[in-house]
Design a protein around this ligand. Structure first.
Ligand SMILES: C[S@@+](CC[C@H](N)C(=O)[O-])C[C@H]1O[C@@H](n2cnc3c(N)ncnc32)[C@H](O)[C@@H]1O
Length: 362
């Protein structure tokens, strides 16, 4: 399983929930053994992963003739649909064969080009100290592309990261949730999908469905799993001061089939209100950079978020994702750095903890 670096432990816990026994955590990946059923279920149900790779070969090769011979020994038939077009992602470190382009050419010669209109099949090749690890991607489009987010506001968060923020804060689907800077609504919609007991991949196709080794009966037993909604859905509220963002969030919630579970409002953070049924969690991803309005800077915005939240949501928990640790610390003193993320080269820290009450602020 590949995931954004920082979400490995959450992915490992999700895989354990599918019955996988031993998991090994690496940077940005979690390895384990899965049955076909677990592989299919992983693709459909993992909330924090990016893709599920299946290891098809491992060998040592120090020359191109070694590599060609080894590739000739691999049985590719189970993984390549008729006409499938292989696409390669090759990395090499500390090895005799370093030219990734030349390595890719040997793979292309062994696997063939496929049909120009055939389905793309990603093949991931990692070479480390002459040891080749070859995997095929079973997911297709990355798993965070659930299919519902077509409208985006500024700086949308990956759906997998939004799910990770909810899980890492300890939010459970029976507890109220507010994201007062919701942008296109990603955090609130992921929360509603959890409350609805819906698999995040329920409405999208996967690469493994094209494989000759695909087992339709096994897949049918995975998709037959019933939704398991919570008995009473808590208040799930997204607000943003930007009208365009709220429009995008509403249409995304509609597409995700959770419009009736989430309330979106256009409002500035200063209008934050406690819903019925608290305490719950405020989980948000404030703007990360630049000046956001003529009269105020980001430090003020982060401090206002903390003050308003503590005043109106006493006893609630908070989770804030920010690029800048000092900025995030403006929100509340004493929050815990729960996740350290690498989001495509952009580092981010996720702070969580109790809000306490306004009186506790020094
Ligand atoms: C980084 S974006 C959130 C992205 C969101 N998580 C998503 O996935 O689309 C930050 C959002 O904060 C909103 N914002 C900035 N200042 C605000 C304020 N004072 N009150 C409410 N929303 C604000 C912006 O309009 C923007 O949509």
């Amino acid at each position: 399983m590949v995931c954004p670096p920082g979400l490995e432990d959450l992915v490992a816990a999700e895989i354990a929930g599918l019955g996988a026994r031993r998991t090994r955590v690496h940077k940005g990946a979690v390895a384990t053994d899965l049955t076909s059923r677990q592989l299919y279920a992983a693709n459909r149900s993992l909330r924090c992963a990016t893709r599920v790779l299946v290891r098809v070969a491992g060998f040592t090769a120090r020359s191109f003739s070694d590599l060609e011979r080894r590739l000739g020994e691999v049985d590719w038939a189970p993984w390549l649909a008729d006409g499938a077009r292989p696409a390669y992602r090759v990395t090499s470190r500390g090895s005799q064969l370093v030219h990734t382009r030349a390595i890719e050419e040997r793979f292309a010669a062994a696997l063939g080009a496929g049909h120009p209109e055939g389905p793309e099949q990603l093949v991931v090749v990692r070479v480390s100290r002459d040891r080749f690890t070859v995997s095929v991607d079973s997911s297709g489009a990355p798993l965070h592309m659930r299919g519902w987010r077509q409208a985006t506001a500024k700086a949308p968060l990956r759906e997998s990261v939004a799910a990770g923020m909810l899980l890492a804060a300890g939010w459970g689907p029976t507890t109220p949730l507010i994201d007062p800077m919701c942008g296109s609504g990603t955090i609130a919609i992921e929360a509603a999908l959890l409350a609805a007991g819906r698999d995040p991949g329920a409405d999208r196709p996967f690469a493994f469905q094209q494989w000759p080794s695909f087992e339709p009966g096994t897949w049918a037993s995975v998709t037959a799993t019933q939704e398991n909604p919570v008995a009473t859905c808590p208040a799930i509220i997204g607000s943003d001061r930007d009208a365009g963002a709220i429009g995008a969030a509403r249409s995304n919630a509609e597409r995700a089939g959770v419009a009736d579970l989430v309330e979106f409002r256009q409002a500035p953070i200063s209008d934050l209100e406690a819903p019925d049924g608290g305490p719950g969690y405020l989980i948000t991803n404030p703007p990360w950079g630049g000046r956001i309005s003529p009269g105020g800077d980001l430090r003020n915005l982060y401090a206002t978020l903390g003050n308003v939240a503590a005043e109106r949501l006493p006893g609630w928990g908070i989770g804030v994702l920010a690029a800048d640790r000092d900025l995030a610390r403006q929100v509340r003193p004493g929050l815990t750095e729960t996740l350290h993320l690498d989001l495509g080269g952009q580092r981010a820290v996720y702070l969580t903890g109790p809000l306490g009450s306004a009186n506790e602020m020094s």
